[in-house]
Design a protein around this ligand. Structure first.
Ligand SMILES: Cc1ncc(COP(=O)(O)O)c(C=O)c1O
Length: 407
């Protein structure tokens, strides 16, 4: 199977007919009648928030990812903030993280008044390079925050060992931002029970949605308790516990936030969780189809999968081999959009955002592997609701657009 057409077609960007009439987005949710029914039932119940669906969702989620505890949050960002707090990050501390991520991964370090230290990524997976992390570790390192970029698990064994060996300033914690990686496996184990804390997002483009929502999975009961308090103003008990025990008394024991996920959202999450395996299987099928189609196309580099990994494919980021093409990523991107293929770019390396440049003096050249990848990346549409026809449209549009630009 090859994506390249046998004869050159006029690109839509030059006035030709687009491959699709309507834009195919790069990601979108799938909601069915069972999801809607689950939400309606909660709306008719006594508890819209802090009720039984929260605990049920957390328990089922923990079992799904193989962790002892799961604590829900109002978003993946809030969950990252909770994890940074529970790791004890504060002013004077550093956390090492990747530039190849959504800015929330690094922002959670700033929320705690600590300093993000960016380490470069490995050229194949674009995940944190343990060698680079080890060069950046100092007595101030309190956490390593890895990201499972696009759904491919980070080098969790090596990073876990580096975090443990960080004895000078005490043991550092490994926080895994698995917002792309619900259902991914590393060394045959599901992500969620491997790092000290694993963070998930339930934004609509993810594998499971609650509208907005997030979760931290951990095997550590003390971390779980801190996370529960942090997401509820720092209060030592929850409203439902008090109602059931007939007590009014509560105390605020730390400075927390209202980061609670509602019962409405958790009911949707529970209903969606039942479809996770099928959704993952579909994403893996689409990824395999793309990779088979693009492997032999000059100018395209499909994502690499390491032997120890079974990715969850939140994204399908291809790289453009600029040496083999007559145009840059911008032109390929615009040409694909003109074909009504909703491509995207993940990510501008975080240290190069104006806020990080202006506030912390970050500059180009600090993370050369991530920066070079950024110039070449394009995310193709990837969501479990894609039909075979959608997938074929993407393959056809990519071949159509690349052909005239191959040197
Ligand atoms: C890697 C990564 N981390 C964190 C987040 C933040 O998650 P949320 O949008 O649920 O706040 C995202 C969001 O897409 C993400 O991609």
């Amino acid at each position: 199977m090859s994506a390249l057409p046998t004869k050159l077609e006029t690109l839509a960007i030059h006035g030709g007919t687009p491959v699709r009439e309507k834009l195919l987005p790069y990601g979108r949710q799938s909601i069915d009648d069972a999801d809607i029914q689950a939400v309606v039932e909660v709306l008719k119940s006594d508890w819209l928030t802090t009720g039984p669906k929260v605990a049920e969702f957390e328990e089922r989620f923990a079992a799904q990812v193989g962790a002892r505890h799961a604590v829900s949050f109002s978003s993946g960002t809030a969950a990252l903030h909770g994890a940074a707090f529970a790791a004890g990050l504060g002013p004077g501390d550093e956390a090492i993280t990747t530039p190849m991520t959504f800015c929330a991964t690094a922002n959670c370090i700033l929320y705690q008044g600590a300093t993000p230290v960016f380490a470069d990524v490995s050229p194949d997976t674009l995940n944190l390079d343990p060698g680079e992390v080890s060069r950046k570790i100092s007595a101030r390192t309190k956490a390593i925050i890895a990201v499972d970029y696009a759904g491919h698990p980070a080098a969790l064994d090596e990073l876990g060992q580096l975090a443990k060996a960080q004895v000078q300033g005490g043991r550092a914690l490994l926080i895994e931002d698995a917002c792309h990686a619900l259902g991914a496996e590393y060394g045959g184990k599901c992500v969620g029970g491997i790092a000290d804390m694993t963070v998930f997002s339930f934004h609509p483009v993810k594998h499971l949605t609650t509208g907005e929502g997030g979760m931290v999975a951990t095997n550590d009961a003390r971390l779980a308790e801190t996370l529960r308090r942090f997401r509820n103003h720092g209060i030592s008990s929850e409203a439902r516990q008090r109602q059931e025990s007939g007590q009014w008394f509560y105390e605020m024991v730390l400075l927390g936030f209202n980061y609670r996920l509602t019962d409405i959202a958790c009911a949707l999450g529970l209903s969606q969780l039942g479809k996770l395996s099928a959704n993952l299987a579909r994403r893996r099928e689409i990824a395999a189809h793309y990779t088979a189609a693009f492997r032999a196309v000059p100018g395209l580099i499909p994502p690499t999968v390491r032997v120890e990994a079974n990715p969850a494919w939140h994204l399908y980021p291809i790289r453009i081999d600029l040496a083999k093409l007559t145009v840059d990523r911008g032109q390929i991107f615009r040409a694909l959009r003109a074909e009504n293929i909703g491509v995207n770019v993940h990510y501008i390396p975080v240290h190069l955002h104006p806020y990080y440049r202006d506030q912390f003096g970050h500059r180009d050249g600090e993370c050369p592997v991530a920066e070079a990848a950024y110039e070449r990346l394009i995310s193709l549409p990837m969501f479990h609701g894609m039909t075979d026809g959608d997938v074929e449209d993407v393959v056809r549009a990519v071949g159509k657009v690349i052909s005239p630009y191959v040197k």
